[in-house]
Design a protein around this ligand. Structure first.
Ligand code: SF4
Length: 469
């Protein structure tokens, strides 16, 4: 009898063409997701007289460089960014690729669009030139970010050399408390295991808490696997997955659906399969959480306080704490809920989906923004659905800006950035130094918590607002 395998090992074995003596394996790529940053790859193909190996397996969308202030090319004021976006359509036509660019209602952030369109499916090996490609693992795929050289290699060959990662299972069991979202769960996990806690591993999330999550919540969890150092994150497909995928434009249809379903049901980790590392988390220990520093591992309950470097015995760690506190403009021991905010960003592939906007709108409804706040839907479809539900009016009547879909302030590549020393509440995934603009101080949190910060002007335990709603 075959040895029990983890879900990751099953997907890896299916994708693996050969393994060299040096341990590098050649993998077949099922889906290659692209964005405006892929322009250089197309230019190199053209210059070298090559074709795409499998244009039918590449799907693109414009997200990083587009303006969120208007829907046309003319809304992009920077000529370099405008050219990157402008090249999407002619490149797609020349190379025969499906590309959702400006004007296409399906356009949006690549990690929102993939699942939304049914391009992301269980068992697939998916790559994209963006580190948060781990998001797609929420549907049972093995998905990871690649660099520009690898990106070109996949374009030309549909294959990729990789060294097999180790496996890690993070089991989260128990009921989530009131006001505790998927973002709080993953921030808590990263706070527990550290930003390097999963380095070299593919994480499988398991347990009753994960099983009880919607697909949109699972996408949030898998999205941030990379912030724990993981190569990828994944969750076994189940009825929630199949219900989500059925009928989506690029999902298998009719008889193909039944064939796919039979395959997908073989994917979950076998009983007795061994992981290189196991971590267990009690969902009851998780509170609404936010980051205070410049790493996602600097996660604390919103009721917590800025750490005091004096409590740190290790001199190196103490110096690092002091430096972080200095950059973030904090006082050791200060309650997080005393900190006022200069801006709020609700969006990104972490928390820019419809359920996030609903959660934020539920907090905002009947209240007014106490600071600058912007909502950037994750995709054109999210925007249209939110508008059909009237969420946009809840935000705009409260004084929030309602923008076009895109990455926006998650990375700031389109010019959406804060000013030096401003303090921002952000639903994105990275709070690194300068990530949202030089000198900007970013605090990561859920969409509901960001909305709470927007209407109070300071970091606020969302439970106090939701209980009084
Ligand atoms: S929203 Fe941020 S993490 Fe997601 S694809 Fe865009 S830049 Fe990357």
């Amino acid at each position: 009898m075959a040895a029990p395998r983890t879900m990751f090992e099953k997907i890896w074995d299916r994708a693996c063409i050969l393994t060299r003596d040096d341990g590098q394996s050649l993998l077949y790529v099922d889906r290659h997701l692209a964005h405006e940053g892929s322009g250089r790859g197309f230019a190199r193909l053209r210059a070298e007289g090559r074709k795409l190996r499998r244009p039918d397996l590449i799907f693109g969308t414009a997200d990083h460089y587009i303006s969120t202030k208007g829907p046309t090319l003319d809304d992009i004021d920077d000529p370099d960014r405008r050219e990157r976006v402008a090249l999407c359509a002619p490149n797609a036509e020349e190379f025969g690729v499906t590309f959702f660019t400006l004007g296409d209602p399906r356009r949006g952030i690549v990690h929102v669009v993939g699942p939304e369109q049914g391009l992301t499916q269980p068992g697939l090996l998916i790559v994209c030139g963006d580190s948060h490609t781990s998001t797609h693992g929420a549907l049972g795929a093995f998905a990871f970010g690649i660099g520009s050289t690898e990106h070109y290699h996949v374009m030309a060959t549909q294959c990729l050399w990789q060294r097999k990662p180790k496996t890690m299972r993070i089991t989260v069991d128990g009921e989530r408390g009131f006001g505790v979202t998927a973002k709080d769960v993953i921030l808590h996990i990263i706070g527990e295991i550290g930003a390097q806690g999963a380095t070299g591993h593919v994480i499988e999330y398991a347990g009753s808490t994960i099983r009880g999550m919607s697909i949109e919540e699972r996408l949030t969890v898998c999205n941030m696997s990379i912030e724990a150092g993981g190569r990828a994150g994944m969750i076994a497909p189940d009825d929630t997955t199949y219900d989500y995928l059925k009928g989506r434009p690029f999902a298998p249809q009719d008889a193909d659906w039944e064939t796919a379903l039979a395959f997908w049901k073989t994917l979950p980790t076998d009983d007795g399969a061994v992981f290189d590392r196991e971590v267990t988390i009690d969902a009851g220990d998780i509170a609404p959480t936010m980051t205070w520093g410049t790493s996602p591992e600097n996660a604390l309950p919103v009721t917590g306080a800025v750490p005091d470097p004096a409590d740190e015995a290790d001199a190196g760690k103490r110096a690092a704490l002091e430096s972080t506190i200095d950059y973030m403009g904090l006082q050791a021991g200060a309650p997080l809920s005393d900190l006022t905010v200069d801006g709020v960003f609700i969006g990104s592939c972490t928390n820019g989906r419809l359920s996030d906007l609903r959660a934020a709108a539920a907090v905002v409804k009947g209240r007014k923004a106490a600071t600058f706040a912007m909502v950037v839907p994750g995709s054109g479809q999210v925007k249209a659905q939110a508008e059909a539900e009237g969420l946009d009016r809840i935000f705009t009547e409260a004084g929030f800006e309602w923008r076009e879909a895109g990455c926006s302030m998650c990375c700031g590549f389109n010019g959406d950035i804060g000013k030096p020393q401003e303090r921002w509440a952000s639903t994105s995934n990275r709070n690194f130094v300068g990530r949202q603009g030089p000198g900007v101080r970013t605090h990561l949190m859920s969409a509901a918590m960001a909305a709470a910060a927007a209407v109070t002007g300071k970091f606020t335990d969302v439970r106090t607002l939701e209980e009084n709603a």
